[in-house]
Design a protein around this ligand. Sequence first.
Ligand SMILES: Cc1cc2nc3c(=O)[nH]c(=O)nc-3n(C[C@H](O)[C@H](O)[C@H](O)COP(=O)(O)OP(=O)(O)OC[C@H]3O[C@@H](n4cnc5c(N)ncnc54)[C@H](O)[C@@H]3O)c2cc1C
Ligand SMILES: NC(=O)C1=CN([C@@H]2O[C@H](COP(=O)(O)OP(=O)(O)OC[C@H]3O[C@@H](n4cnc5c(N)ncnc54)[C@H](OP(=O)(O)O)[C@@H]3O)[C@@H](O)[C@H]2O)C=CC1
Ligand SMILES: CC(C)=CCC[C@@H](C)[C@H]1CC[C@H]2C3=C(CC[C@]12C)[C@@]1(C)CC[C@H](O)C[C@@H]1CC3
Length: 521
Amino acid sequence: MKRRAAREEPRAAPAASPETPLPDATSWTAYVLIHYRWVFVCFFLLPLSFVYDILYYVRSRIIFYFNSAPLQHKKRVAEVQRQVHQWNAEGRTVPMCTARPGWQNISYRRGKYKKTLFNVKVDMMDILNVDTAAKTVRVEPLVTMGQLSATLNPMGWTLPIVPELDDLTVGGLVMGTGIETSSHQHGLFQHICKSFELVLADGSVVTCSKESNADLFYAVPWSYGTLGFLTAVEIDIVPCLPYVKLEYTPVTTLDEACAVFRAKSESPDHQFVETLMYSLDAGVVMTGTMVATFEADKLNAIGKWHKPWFFKHVEGFLAAKKCSVEYIPLRDYYHRHSRSIFWELQDIIPFGNHALFRYLLGWLVPPKVSLLKLTQSNAIKELYDNHHLIQDMLVPISTLKESLECFQDNVAIYPLWLCPFKLPRAPGMLQTKASDELFVDIGAYGVPQVLDFHPIETTRRIEAFVRSVGGFQMLYADSYMTETEFESMFDHKLYHQMRSKYNSADAFPSVYGKVSRAARD
Ligand SMILES: Cc1cc2nc3c(=O)[nH]c(=O)nc-3n(C[C@H](O)[C@H](O)[C@H](O)COP(=O)(O)OP(=O)(O)OC[C@H]3O[C@@H](n4cnc5c(N)ncnc54)[C@H](O)[C@@H]3O)c2cc1C
Ligand SMILES: NC(=O)C1=CN([C@@H]2O[C@H](COP(=O)(O)OP(=O)(O)OC[C@H]3O[C@@H](n4cnc5c(N)ncnc54)[C@H](OP(=O)(O)O)[C@@H]3O)[C@@H](O)[C@H]2O)C=CC1
Ligand SMILES: CC(C)=CCC[C@@H](C)[C@H]1CC[C@H]2C3=C(CC[C@]12C)[C@@]1(C)CC[C@H](O)C[C@@H]1CC3
C-alpha cells in the first residue's frame, strides 16, 4: 500500500492533508463547514454540551434526593409493556426498535431503521439499588458510565469494567458489547452482568440469569435489541481504591511491543493493561493497579481541565525512552480518553491540546458525541464516510503481530488502541477455537494514512482478515460483510433458537439488518 508522508502537527480537520480531496471538492459552504467546524464547536456546541450536562446532573440529584427511582421502575416497565401490547393489537405490521433517536447514542453507525420501525420508548435512566452486601448494583438501561462511576466510586465501589466514554449506556453495552483495560481479568461487559430484565415481543416481562432462563441470558449480548427490550440489569461491583498506580513502558520494535503486551496481559499482577501504538514499531504499554496512597511527586490528576490530552501525555514517555510511574485518581483514569474522545477531537478542534486553549476552555471539553452527531452537516458525514475509519476488531492475542501488520498495510492509523480481554467459554454469539485464549481489541480511529483507502473495500479486507484469524468485529460502527460472512463470524445458533422460542423474528429486525451498512441503506 502507498502511504502518505508523515503528518504535520497540529492537524486541521480530518482528511485535510493536501492529497485528500474534499467531498465533491467544490462547495464553498462545505469547505467552511469542514475546515472551520471548530468555530461552531467552540462557540456553540461546547456551551450547549455544558448546559445539557448541568440539566442532566440536576435531574439526577433531584431523583436521588427523593429516592424515587425504585418506586418509578415498575410503572416504567408497565409503560414499555403497554406499548408492546399496542403493537401486537395493531397487527404486528412493522418490527420494533427503541425510540432513542440515532443521534443520541454513541454508536457510529446511523440507525436509519428508526424512521420506519415501530418506536418503543424505554426512558429509564436511574440507578435502582446499590447492594454492597450482595456486591451488585441494579440499574435501568439508560444509566451511563459517567453516572455509575460518579455514584459508586465515592462509596468505595466500582464496576469491574468501566467502559471509557462517560455517555455509554448500560443498555447499549449489554445489547452490544463493552470493553476496558480490566477486561483481561473480567471479560467483556456481558461477563460482569448477573441478570437481565426484559419485555419480550408478546409484552411479558422476564428475568434471565445463569440460573433461570439461561438460554435467553446467553443470547442477549450482541443481539442489539432484537430479542426484547431491556428494562433492568444487575451488575457485579467490586471494592475500589482511590488511585491507580500506572506504569508506562515504551517499546520500540513490533516484536517487543507484542511480547511485552502479551506478557503483561497474561500476568495476574496488573488490574489494568493497555497499549497505545504510535507507529507499527513504537508504542507505550501501560499497566495499572489500584492503590490507597501515592508518592506526592508522582501524582498526576490527568482529568483536570488544563492537563494535556492523555494520548499526547503518553507519547511523551515514548520520547523519554524509559519506564516511568504515575499515580492517577481512579475516576480520572477511567475517563482518561474522554476529554479528547480518544484522539478524535484533534480532528475537530486542531488546537484543542494547546495550553492556552486548555486553560481557557478546557473545562468545556469534550463536546458531547450526541450533539456532534446531531449537528454534523452532510459534508461532514460524507467526509467521515469516505476519509475516516472508526472500527474496533477483536482478535486472538496469538495473532497480534499479523493483525497489526494488517492494520498498517490497510490504514496505517495511529495512535492505535490495544486492549486485552479474556473470552470465557459460554453459549452465544462469540465462539472461539481455543478455550480461554486472551483476545485483543484493536481500535483504529482516524484518518487513514494510506493513499488507496476505500471505505468499503478496505474495511472488507480487514473484516476478511479478522474472520480468517477467528476474530470478531465490534458492531457500533459500519459492517460491510455479507450476511453469510457475518454468520460465519458470529455464531447464530442460540440466537435463532431464541428468536423462534420467543416469537421475535417478526417483532424485531435481525442483528445483521441493524448493523450491516448494505442491509440498512
Ligand atoms: C448511593 C447513591 C445512590 C444514587 N442513586 C441515584 C439514583 O438512583 N438515580 C440517579 O439518577 N442518581 C443517583 N445518584 C446520584 C448520582 O451521584 C448522580 O447520578 C451522579 O453524581 C451524576 O453523575 P455525573 O457523572 O453527572 O456527576 P459528576 O460526578 O458531577 O460529573 C459531571 C460530569 O463530569 C464527568 N466527570 C467527572 N469526573 C470526571 C473525570 N475525572 N474525568 C472525566 N470526566 C469526569 C462526569 O462523567 C459527568 O459527565 C446516587 C448517588 C449515590 C451516592
Ligand atoms: N469501550 C467500549 O466498550 C465502547 C463501546 N462502544 C459501543 O457503543 C455502543 C453503546 O452505545 P450506546 O449509545 O450506549 O447504545 P446504543 O443506543 O447505540 O445501543 C446499542 C444497541 O443496543 C440496543 N439497545 C439499547 N438499549 C436497549 C434496550 N433498553 N432494549 C433493547 N435494546 C436496546 C439498541 O437498540 P435500538 O437499535 O433499537 O435502539 C442498539 O441496537 C455499543 O455497541 C458498544 O459496543 C462504543 C465506544 C466504546
Ligand atoms: C474504546 C472502544 C471500544 C471504542 C471507542 C470508539 C469511539 C472512539 C468512537 C465511537 C463512536 C465514534 C464517533 C465519533 C468519534 C469516535 C467515536 C466516539 C464522532 C464524534 C466523530 C465526529 C463525527 O462528526 C461524529 C462521530 C460520532 C461517533
